[in-house]
Design a protein around this ligand. Structure first.
Ligand SMILES: [Zn+2]
Length: 655
């Protein structure tokens, strides 16, 4: 599980962070300052792991949309042969392609809805022909002409009504959540088909219905994405000699899982990965998060390579060290409290590269593995992405806070404390939020099956609520997590900003009247539940503008305590009906007029809705014998250059 909403604060800018604005997106450079201080052995390890990250990038493109790679090839062919292309058409193709790269395809990562090219199909065709004339190569099928290719892809590039949503958890009445979702995790399969079908590879397969038969296409060496996975394995093998013993064991287990695809090997890998608690470099590489699947079962491929940021790690480690105290004081039925909490390893990290489901759009916090049974038995690892939070801080505009705050005091508090309060809350969300609680034995450590498409939003709500509940606790001062004299200000800042966010986040849902993304659903649900069930929040208007105003922190916390008890019960019992009712009432629907107001306000101030990151660039330095004697790091400051480079690096794997 992971956290996606950034901490927001202002900081001096002494190197470029915000590189450009593309529509509603910001493009920001990520810096990994700690890399230079690593020993050569660790730098070499990072280099091989980064190669493994790039090798798998196309897997996620294909999982997200069956036409994604052909569309990307077409766009990149034009952009790399643009000399003769009409300037206005080229500007539109560039705008669209940048959003396509940031979102890994034509679907907004937050709203799940499709976006399209805003030029005429004839102008796009003219651009393609102009590129072809100077040597651009297009992804033609055998015997296919360029015009035939463009005609075939025209609905994908231009028609909002064709495959409108990548993940549709609440399709219109009567429609099936799988057939209403445009992702490539299911082909011709409805939810009903799965009633009597037992998946052998729930996380790492695509389900296809062929001649009335359900087939699991397994992601493994020799299976689906076999070439990409074999390349990943090759790079992981090259990395092993440079890893610590514990990390080498985890990498070997991962290789075995990639070779067999078997559930038992995935479990062995999860266990080995959790056991590696002390390595200064670590990686996540595989089919991990399940947000893209409307059922919440299939893992989207991603990779992250990172090193521990020792300086920033002390807060998150302190929370982890006291995990049992928090567990013993959870405001829910004691039967859901875990005894003997073990193995919550927590680190602040600096990302060196993220691909697939984690890049260019990145989470700010991660807690894995997702397997509830392994978490309860072996613990979990939590990371907060320190350099990502820093880059968000440095690239955020101050108007972002002032526009939606009711008083100057609220703005002042947010300016001073938002970064600190946000980081503390994110760390608690990951470590004692996702890390806490246990479920009823009859669920076999697997509440996902019972809660289906509601699971992720319930789990995110639970983690947020735990953090919000403990934030005002005096114990935080005692543990040294927050200074006594500012504690009250920090609580106010976080409660105010959490409340404001339910309004501000509507800017991200520019179309429709439903929210699909799980973190957004959870935040709408919590704030609207508190509005309906406590006196903590006022809705006010001034000069035709709406404000969500947090007026009573005591009532806020009391409400959070009541709500988390219910949310934990829902998870603990797998109470699907209660989860559905909760999100239907408070989390999914919103007033489109209010959204239009929010969009107008952020557009007037030119505030971005989401951010794509440009990763650092690594280059090995070799001696005459071909051995790596150094790895340099640099910062490209250019999304287009980096995306073209990544695409070129793996094209040969697609055969
Ligand atoms: Zn989370």
């Amino acid at each position: 599980m992971r956290e996606t909403t950034p901490v927001i604060a202002a900081a001096p800018v002494d190197r470029p962070y915000l590189l450009e604005r593309v529509g509603e997106a910001a493009v920001v450079q990520l810096y990994a300052d700690g890399f230079r201080d690593l020993a050569l052995r660790e730098k070499t390890l990072v280099w091989h792991l980064a190669q493994a990250a790039i090798a798998g990038r196309d897997i996620f493109y294909d999982q997200r949309y069956a036409h994604n790679l052909e569309m990307r090839d077409t766009l990149e062919a034009i952009l790399t042969h643009a000399a003769e292309v009409d300037r206005a058409t080229l500007a539109e193709i560039e705008r669209y392609t940048k959003l396509f790269w940031i979102n890994t395809g034509p679907y907004n990562n937050l709203t799940a809805r499709k976006f399209v090219l805003a030029c005429a199909p004839a102008d796009f065709a003219a651009a393609a022909h102009a590129a072809a004339r100077i040597g651009a190569r297009f992804p033609l099928q055998p015997g296919e002409t360029l015009d035939a290719l463009l005609a075939r892809l025209q609905p994908m590039f231009f028609d909002l009504a064709v495959d409108p949503t990548v993940t549709s958890k609440n399709p219109r009445a009567g429609k099936d959540i799988l057939t209403a979702s445009a992702n490539n995790l299911y082909v011709g399969v409805t939810l009903e088909d799965l009633d009597w079908f037992e998946e052998k590879y729930p996380l790492n397969s695509r389900l296809v219905k062929r001649d009335g038969q359900l087939i699991e296409e397994v992601y493994r060496v020799g299976g689906r994405y076999g070439a990409q996975i074999a390349a990943i394995v090759q790079h992981l093998e090259a990395a092993i000699p440079y890893a610590t013993a514990a990390m080498a064991a985890a990498l070997r287990a991962l290789i075995t899982f990639y070779q067999t695809g078997e559930e038992v090997d995935r479990e062995a890998y999860d266990i080995a990965w959790v056991r590696d608690k002390a390595s200064p470099v670590d990686t996540i590489n595989g089919f991990v998060e399940v947000y893209m699947d409307a059922r919440g079962i299939k893992g989207a491929w991603e990779s992250l390579v990172y090193c521990v940021n020792e300086e920033k790690t002390s807060q998150i480690r302190t929370i982890a060290a006291h995990a049992q105290w928090f567990e013993d004081h959870m405001p829910w039925d004691p039967k859901y409290r875990k005894e003997g909490v073990h193995g919550v390893t927590a680190n602040a990290i600096d990302i060196v590269i993220e691909t697939g489901d984690s890049g260019p759009m990145t989470p700010v916090g991660i807690n894995l593995p997702n397997d509830q049974g392994i978490r309860e038995k072996y613990g979990s690892k939590s990371v907060s992405l320190a350099n990502v939070s820093e880059a968000y801080d440095r690239s955020t505009l101050p108007e972002f806070r002032s526009e939606f705050s009711w008083t100057p005091e609220e703005v002042e508090r947010a300016t001073r404390w938002n970064a600190f309060a946000g980081e503390l809350t994110t760390n608690m969300h990951e470590v004692i939020g996702h890390g806490s609680g246990k479920v009823s034995e009859r669920l076999n450590g697997n509440p996902q099956t019972a809660l289906k498409e509601q699971f992720s939003a319930i789990e995110e709500s639970r983690a947020d609520l735990v953090a919000l509940y403990f934030l005002p606790d005096r114990k935080l001062v005692e543990f040294g997590l927050v200074p006594d004299d500012v504690h009250e200000e920090v609580v106010l800042t976080e409660y105010e900003s959490y409340t404001r966010n339910a309004l501000v986040q509507l800017r991200r849902v520019r179309e429709g009247t439903d929210i699909e993304e799980d973190h957004m659903r959870n935040r709408q649900m919590i704030v609207h539940w508190l509005m309906a069930n406590t006196a903590a929040i006022d809705v006010r208007t001034r000069d035709g503008k709406t404000y969500y105003v947090m007026t009573d922190p005591t009532a806020f916390r009391e409400g959070v305590g009541r709500l988390v008890a219910e949310v934990q019960r829902i998870k603990g019992e797998g109470d699907y009906d209660a989860a559905l009712a909760l999100f239907t009432a408070y989390g999914v629907h919103f007033n489109p007029a209010l959204r239009d107001e929010v969009v107008a306000r952020v557009d007037h101030l030119q505030l971005p809705s989401y951010t794509g990151f440009v990763m650092p660039k690594l280059e090995p330095v070799t001696n005459t014998a071909g051995e790596i004697i150094d790895v340099t790091i640099s910062y490209p400051l250019d999304l287009t250059a980096q995306m073209l480079e990544y695409s070129a690096a793996t094209r040969h794997l697609r055969g």
